[in-house]
Write a protein that binds this ligand. Structure first.
Ligand code: UD1
Ligand code: UDP
Length: 373
């Protein structure tokens, strides 16, 4: 029997790997082993529970305020043991985190081929997103199979010198995951979210966590959000706060006890996506949310100066708001007050796939592994 090892460590990797793990469970020719580094803990466990995934290995390495260097060293060491024991035919990694990079490197050291899911996203700026842009490039250099969500991602990989025969445009597995979640009659575990008046209030969903936004940029973002809420009495802001102390401490300091700004703990994936489907607009610096919101017809203002996900910007549902307090205020106010502008941005488009990405990846993997000597 062929053996694959999927390695992931953070919330977004888990969400986007889950559909593939579920698909591989149904493949009689493949035994898939799941290893989590637990670079995240509670946020990872929420996803594992939701998708009923029980890891074979849990390196349990999250520590408070961990540095990138620490994650790298501990993941590399932990994975060496797993790879020696399991000797998989291929290692599968997702996206751009430090877990993704170190798992690829650990596999390379053991001369095990790597399949990179969500390959080929590029901002072409190594410090934004940091360290994710470099992680993607390094994984791209190691991987033998590149599963690109879009044609544009494929072009980026070709530009990096990756051979065309090793690139497969599959769509993004996030759309597979999203389709398993959203329903009209969903009841939130959090009562506040059930009580919100989604028809008469403009519910703004806010998330922010990126390393390059820590400090000054986050201060600007939070100040802009405060200004918006003060000036528009029909708005409510829901902010599921990332537990990273660099984010949480500042959010508590600047936003806690502000009328109509609700700081809540991270939501599980089902609750989050159902909130996404009901909110008015999204302010975010997240990567995954830029992919999910367009297919739910929700305008997104990105709290960054560039994106490695230009497809939805080109389609018109995502706009770059940047990190300047006044510009964020201006663009958000426009969407609150200008119905025409809002309508233009709230057309449902889906440049990221048809919900069958995992199926395609599993089929390509099987063919590749069966064809190897
Ligand atoms: C990580 C990834 C980033 C990804 C993001 C998704 C790296 C370097 N960063 O950033 O690419 O976009 O995840 O969310 O790979 N913490 C908890 N509980 C959790 C998770 C985090 O308490 O479940 C706290 C801990 O104090 C931890 C800190 O957050 O030390 C930072 O976590 P870390 O994974 O290093 O960075 P993120 O900012 O989450
Ligand atoms: N998400 C979630 N609960 C939350 C906030 C986000 O389940 O409270 C999901 C969201 O739907 C998306 C993913 O987490 O799929 C995005 O994760 P994050 O923003 O942490 O990482 P990024 O996508 O920026 O790498």
């Amino acid at each position: 029997m062929l053996k694959t090892l999927t390695v992931f460590g953070t919330r977004p990797e888990a969400i986007k790997m889950a559909p593939l793990i579920k698909k591989l469970e149904t493949e009689p020719a493949i035994r898939n082993i799941v290893c989590v580094t637990a670079q995240h803990r509670e946020m990872l466990d929420m996803v594992l529970n939701q998708f009923c995934i029980k890891p074979n290995y849990d390196l349990d390495l999250m520590s408070n305020c961990q540095s990138i260097t620490e994650i790298t060293l501990r993941t590399l060491r932990g994975l060496q043991t797993v790879l020696h024991r399991e000797k998989p035919d291929a290692v599968l990694v997702h996206g751009d985190t430090t877990t993704t990079f170190t798992a690829s490197l650990a596999a390379f050291y053991e001369k095990i081929p790597v399949g990179h899911i969500e390959a080929g996203l590029r901002s072409w700026n190594i410090y934004s997103p940091y360290p994710e842009e470099m992680n993607r490039r390094l994984v791209g250099a190691i991987a033998g199979l590149h599963f690109a969500p879009t044609e544009g991602n494929k072009q980026n990989l070709l530009q990096c010198g990756i051979e065309e025969k090793n690139i497969f445009v599959t769509g993004n597995t996030v759309i597979d995951a999203l389709r398993m979640m959203v329903s009209n009659n969903f009841i939130f575990p959090n009562q506040l979210l059930n009580q919100l008046d989604y028809s008469n209030k403009k519910v703004i969903l806010l998330t922010a966590h990126r390393r390059e936004n820590w400090g000054e940029n986050l201060k600007n973002i939070f100040s802009a959000v405060k200004d918006i809420v003060l000036d528009h009495s029909d708005t409510e802001v829901i902010f599921p706060v990332h537990p990273n102390p660099a984010v949480k401490d500042l959010a508590d300091k600047l936003l806690e006890k502000t009328n109509r700004i609700h700081l809540i703990p991270p939501l599980d994936y089902k609750a989050f996506t159902n909130l996404l489907s009901r909110c008015y607009l999204v302010l975010t610096d997240s990567g995954g949310i830029q992919e999910e919101a367009p297919s739910l017809g929700k305008p997104v203002l990105v709290l960054r100066t560039e994106t490695e996900r230009p497809e939805a910007v080109e389609a018109g549902t995502v706009k770059m708001a940047g990190v300047n307090r006044h510009e964020i205020y201006r663009q958000t106010t426009e969407l609150i007050t200008d119905k025409k502008k809002y309508k233009q941005m709230s057309q449902a488009v889906n440049p990221y796939g048809d919900g069958r990405a995992a199926e395609r990846i599993a089929a390509i993997l099987k063919q590749y592994l069966e064809g190897r000597p």
